[in-house]
Design a binder for this molecule. Structure first.
Ligand code: PRF
Ligand code: ZN
Length: 372
């Protein structure tokens, strides 16, 4: 009894409608996972994150191992209890964050040693330690430990890094063991090299995972190059397992990824841009800092049913952002997460009805028309 499953319920072109079942609840796919890096989706109460429609959150091995520490979270009953989110949590494995955030990194076959970006203390991550930390956190979907070069990078560097990530994937699988109710996802690498992507997928499939991530994208290559890769990369992965595109993205990226066969995504964009006065709506990006909103009594989006749009004007949002009030980030984050979840629900509905292409064309037309 594995207690977890993934079922494809409908297909429309390459897009898939499905559900991942775990003991902590169902994840409707295509799914967007809000990011709760430091055991909080910044500016939001967990029950309100749920109200936006989120089935699952993302947490980070790297941040939590440094502060407050994985062993401490385990003693306090695990990450779900610690942060008051009882539904599924996926945790990233830490290597990617070490490479982008930590100081004095040293990469070897064994793993990576680094100094904390918080206090300079020395730490180590390896496939084995990453699996141990994600188990201490109580993560429902554990990510294999990988490494990812920033693009552009030369082919030799990408090939070498991918091969190392595949050896680490095998060690992650071994260290994870058999944990009923929990899933382990492998991470495909290989940059923008088609043959390396295929080789990576074959290596992962022969190890065997509960799901497969497409890693190493949205690292500087641009949307067109990313979509070119997504035109073939998901096709190298098993049909009967979920596919997760890591760290993506803008609404247009998310829609394009789903159209190409991706089932799950995460991104800091809706929460982070909320804290910097940026909103995402059906009609694209809106900058609330802009003086044009100062006298505007209309909501951000009259068609949005979120608490921000139901009760507050653009003029108010502009004012509280300009004065540095906390509620500015809270309201904009709520709206942005609500919008992202509505986008996912819209795609799920369209796939169910076999109307994804029309839905996508309509989405693009309104999005590109711009804010009014
Ligand atoms: N690997 C891991 N986490 C990630 C990535 C990756 O390649 C990316 C790339 N967009 C984001 N987060 N482990
Ligand atoms: Zn809204």
């Amino acid at each position: 009894m594995t207690q977890t499953s993934y079922t494809v319920q409908a297909r429309d072109g390459q897009a898939r409608l499905g559900v991942i079942r775990t003991p902590r609840g169902e994840i409707r796919t295509p799914a967007f996972m809000p990011v709760g890096t430091a055991a909080t989706v910044k500016g939001m109460m967990p029950e309100n994150v749920r109200e936006t429609g989120a089935d699952i959150l993302l947490g980070n091995t790297y941040h939590l191992m440094l502060r407050p520490g994985a062993e401490r979270i385990a003693r306090l009953g695990g990450l779900h209890r610690f942060m008051n989110w009882e539904r599924p949590i996926l945790t990233d494995s830490g290597g990617f964050q070490v490479m982008s955030l930590a100081d004095l990194r040293k990469l070897t076959e064994e793993g990576v040693t680094f100094r904390s970006h918080v206090d300079g203390s020395k730490h180590m991550l390896s496939p084995e330690r990453s699996m141990e930390i994600q188990k201490l956190l109580g993560s429902d979907i554990v990510m294999a430990f990988d490494e990812c070069p920033a693009l552009p990078a030369d082919r030799a560097r990408i090939a070498e890094s991918m091969a190392l990530s595949m050896r680490w994937a095998a060690r992650s699988r071994e260290a994870f063991g058999d944990r009923p109710g929990h899933m382990l996802f492998g991470i495909m690498q290989g940059g923008l090299e088609r043959d390396l992507r295929e080789e990576s997928a074959k290596a992962l499939v022969s190890i065997g995972f509960d799901g497969y991530a497409v890693g190493g994208l949205a690292v500087g290559e641009g949307q067109e190059a990313m979509f070119t890769c997504l035109d073939y990369a998901p096709g190298f992965l098993p049909e009967d397992k979920p596919r997760y595109l890591m760290g993506v993205g803008k609404p247009q990226d998310i829609v394009g990824a789903v159209a190409r066969g991706i089932d799950m995504m995460d991104c800091v964009l809706p929460s982070r841009s909320g804290r910097t006065g940026q909103a995402w709506t059906r009609r694209g990006q809106v900058n609330l800092k802009n003086a044009r909103h100062a006298d505007d009594p209309r909501p951000l989006d009259e068609a949005c049913s979120c608490p921000c749009c139901r009760s507050y004007s653009r003029a108010y949002l502009h004012h509280v952002y300009r004065t540095g009030e906390m509620i500015a980030g809270m309201l904009l984050t709520w709206h942005n997460l609500h919008y992202y979840q509505e986008l996912m629900q819209g795609m799920r509905g369209a796939i169910a009805e076999g109307g994804f292409a029309d839905w996508e064309a309509g989405f693009q037309q309104v999005f590109e028309a711009g804010d009014i």
